[in-house]
Write a protein of this length. Structure first.
Length: 175
């Protein structure tokens, strides 16, 4: 069973890297759009309508698409003081407790954000800006990002329950 869990963990790591790469492309595009808006409005005198709003939406996607990768790389808030004091079984229990709390919160966030996305989709909500894109587009970022991190947390918990360390347990700066 542990081999299957570790294989699934590695497959999710590939997905996390791909999602983070897509997030990085979004950040670059957001930077380019803002630069274009500054150039177009400031130097050429053009009206810019979509650039700022699209950049904000791209940055929302970037934050949520890179969430699972950031967790795997040890980029989340750490409780170093406690983590360093524990070893062996106590360390796994501590990490599982933190991951269970995170899992619970991300499941709640997934459910509520999915409902918000569906409401925006069904109601045809649009931004009040001149550009007026549908609001389901940015709202979809949250359930996608949480859907990426939930299986990561769950697999890490299961791996630890099987008596192994999860791959990210020894990364400095983890929970």
């Amino acid at each position: 069973m542990i081999d299957a869990l570790l294989r699934a963990r590695r497959a999710l790591d590939v997905l996390n890297v791909a999602a983070s790469a897509l997030a990085a492309v979004g950040v670059v595009f957001a930077c380019c759009a803002i630069t274009w808006a500054v150039f177009g409005r400031g130097l050429v005198g053009m009206n810019t309508i979509w650039e700022l709003e699209a950049s904000v939406y791209l940055l929302i996607y970037a934050a949520f698409l890179s969430l699972a990768y950031s967790d795997r790389a040890g980029g989340q808030i750490a409780i170093e003081l406690l983590r360093k004091r524990f070893s062996g079984r106590a360390k796994r229990i501590h990490r599982n407790l933190l991951d269970l709390i995170a899992l619970f919160l991300f499941v709640l966030l997934f459910v509520s954000s999915w409902e918000m996305f569906l409401k925006a989709w069904d109601s045809g909500w649009h931004s009040a800006s001149l550009w007026g894109p549908p609001l389901w587009v940015p709202y979809l970022a949250i359930p996608i990002g949480t859907a990426l991190i939930i299986p990561n947390l769950l697999l890490d918990i299961l791996i630890r329950l099987c008596g192994q360390e999860a791959p990210a347990d020894n990364i400095t700066g983890t929970h």
